[in-house]
Ligand binder design. Structure first.
Ligand code: URA
Length: 213
């Protein structure tokens, strides 16, 4: 029998998953392949910008290291900063639901953010924070090699497109980021504020699933 010592951080993570997903938690081997895990260890103590001093957890990103679809949000919020896991607050629950509508689970995709650390009081990311952190996203994309990137919200969209455009202008167009197709849709938090947009985001998810899965 092979026994492996599990560290306290892993135990806390497994307990968190058990709370969220119940006892039927299945550990998939490919949730994180080695290269991505090694990269996470390499950068998780980052102090390259001021957010390194105020964060609780470095939020690397989670999901399938071989995902065809990679979602990119803006930055961790309070719950993500506490748990170290992307999109676990109310917006995260909605993202889970949107994924379910296209028969996906968050373990099937990879979910990351432009910034890996929470900006105080959830303020918008500053240009120097984006400039410092974007290299981490680049490397994640080069390791995961998704077929498509979906930017969630105006901030993630304009950061990846490198143009100051409204969400309405970006949505529905195909862009390219690091030689990967890129689409921009609403941030799930925006749907919580304005449920009228729910149909639009669902149809964006459906279009992407039909095209890339
Ligand atoms: N909003 C984001 O943009 N990212 C998260 O991880 C959570 C909320």
């Amino acid at each position: 029998m092979i026994t492996k010592k599990i560290d306290n951080k892993t135990i806390r993570y497994l307990n968190y998953l058990k709370d969220v997903f119940g006892n039927k938690l299945m550990l998939k081997k490919n949730l994180f392949t080695n290269k991505l895990e090694v990269y996470k260890r390499e950068i998780e103590n980052c102090k390259k910008c001021q957010l390194g001093n105020t964060r609780n957890k470095f939020v690397f990103g989670d999901g399938n290291a071989n995902a065809d679809i990679m979602f990119v949000g803006e930055a961790p919020g309070a719950t993500e900063d506490e748990t170290g896991i992307t999109f676990v607050g109310r917006a995260g629950k909605l993202l889970d639901k949107l994924l379910m509508e296209i028969d996906l689970h968050r373990d099937d995709v990879f979910i990351a953010n432009v910034l890996k650390c929470r900006p105080p009081k959830n303020r918008d990311p500053l240009p120097n924070e984006i400039a410092t952190c974007e290299q981490y996203l680049h490397k994640q994309i080069s390791l995961i090699k998704p077929k498509v990137i979906v930017a969630l919200g105006r901030i993630a969209g304009k950061t990846l497109i490198k143009k100051e455009l409204s969400l309405g202008k970006m949505r529905g167009n195909a862009y390219n980021y690091q030689n990967v197709d890129l689409y921009v849709t609403y941030h799930p938090a925006a749907i919580l504020r304005n449920p009228n947009w729910k149909e639009s985001i669902s149809s964006d998810f459906e279009m992407i699933a039909n095209k890339y899965l």
